[in-house]
Design a protein around this ligand. Structure first.
Ligand code: ATP
Ligand code: MG
Length: 398
């Protein structure tokens, strides 16, 4: 971009990570060029986004998000601002200094010249980063109202970077947390994935609890004590630690398993209540699963390819109790056996009476003549792990 005569800087999380000595996973670039001008320089880039228009440029396998400097629009600009203070469109172009002020936290508003390595800092972000301080730019309440996802981003950066929010940045969070209800569920699903599938899930849950954001984000979770904090059990805690270990080890993680762990508590409570009313175990679980998923997807979308697996993980749990007969062994050839089994192992940490059952299925896998189902699940890999085979797992266990 500089060679083409434009201003261009590395900005956002990538600069922050470089200064913290980490390797950025992707790069954000701010430029004086409009998206159309970026397209002329990089004809193969993709222009995306509505709220913020961006160009996605792939360079040597790395994704670079190139955004034009954003500016402050006057208050009279059409339908840009919603009645609740949310900014719906933010495509007014501006100067470098204005762009810095539109960003969320000071540590995210540093510009690095990619050629000289010089840092431009309009907001005191460099010092904040050195002192591990999280500070919203401008008036925190106003900035949270403009975009309540910043509430979650605050919790995420506390967990991910170990920064400590300034009182003015931290204090309004619990009170403003209900504003998350106004965010499109698809955007919140993306945020949940960033919160829990990027290697610091356990600390993220602690931060969400601390800022009373857990229930606003997962309204089906049973509230515990103070407003906004949820009762979270051993299964969830262990699942998050396990997810973090998997991310560390570059193993795949999936939202399906994450949501199975997140929402298990309310599913179990509902299913138990229906059983007390005389409903069958499977039927009660099915019904509880449907209800809990429906309630949660009002807040965070869960694409069906994930929620279908989440449901299977839950509904398979009682089937593990049947350990006799050839029919029981059919479970081994179910496509979701492995994920459901990993989930059983987490449940057995909470409830030691499940240990024997868990061990039975660990053994059963090791001695089964057919290859174990694909290991695309989260787990501690106690059973025998085979190479992933293409197509459906063998059915010779029948
Ligand atoms: P990471 O990449 O680790 O998730 P990040 O800070 O790079 O963190 P991105 O979502 O990639 O987060 O955003 C890039 C930059 O865009 C941010 O650093 C920030 O300057 C700006 N930004 C992102 N989201 C917002 C927001 N909701 N409000 C204001 N500025 C934002
Ligand atoms: Mg980023």
């Amino acid at each position: 971009m500089q060679e083409a005569g434009y201003e261009a800087y590395i900005v956002g999380g990538s600069v922050r990570d470089i200064l913290l000595g980490k390797i950025p996973k992707d790069f954000d670039v701010a430029t004086s060029a409009t998206p159309e001008q970026v397209k002329v320089v990089f004809p193969r880039c993709h222009l995306i986004g509505r709220r913020f228009r961006l160009a996605h440029v792939r360079l040597g396998g790395v994704l670079v998000e190139v955004a034009t400097f954003r500016g402050e629009a006057g208050p009279s600009v059409g339908d840009r601002v919603h009645a609740d203070g949310r900014i719906l469109r933010d495509n007014v172009f501006g100067s470098l200094a204005e762009d810095a002020r539109r960003r969320d936290f000071t540590i995210n508003a540093l510009f690095m010249d990619p050629v000289t390595g010089d840092i431009t800092d309009f907001v005191g972000g460099y010092r904040d980063l050195q002192e591990r301080r999280l500070r919203l730019i401008g008036d925190p309440v106003e900035r949270y109202r403009e975009d309540p996802v910043r509430l979650l981003r605050a919790a995420r950066f506390v967990a991910k970077l170990g920064v400590e929010p300034e009182p003015d940045t931290a204090t309004p969070i619990p009170e403003l947390a209900p504003l998350l209800a106004n965010i499109p569920p698809a955007r919140l699903f993306e945020e949940v994935c960033k919160l829990f599938l990027t290697g610091h899930a356990a600390r993220t849950l602690e931060a969400l609890q601390r800022f009373q954001l857990t229930v606003p984000l997962f309204p089906v979770l049973p509230q515990r004590g103070m407003q906004g904090r949820a009762h979270t059990g051993v299964v969830l805690r262990e699942a998050l630690l396990n997810t973090d270990r998997r991310v560390q080890a570059s193993q795949p993680v999936t939202p399906a398993f994450l949501f199975a762990a997140l929402l298990w508590q309310p599913v179990l409570e509902r299913a138990t209540a229906y059983q007390e009313q005389g409903e069958q175990e499977f039927a009660s679980l099915e019904r509880a699963a449907t209800e809990v998923l429906a309630l949660q997807t009002e807040r965070t979308a869960i694409p069906r390819r994930f929620s279908a697996v989440t449901r299977q993980i839950w509904v398979m749990q009682p089937r593990f109790n049947r350990t006799r007969g050839r029919r029981a062994m059919r479970l081994l050839s179910q496509p979701r056996f492995r994920a459901a089994y990993d989930f059983l192992l987490l449940r057995a940490i909470e409830d030691p009476s499940l240990q024997t059952t868990a061990e039975f299925w660990t053994e059963a896998q090791a001695s089964a003549p057919s290859p174990a189902p694909p290991a695309r699940s989260q787990g501690r890999g106690r059973g025998r792990r085979r190479r992933r085979s293409r197509g459906r797992p063998g059915r010779s266990a029948e």
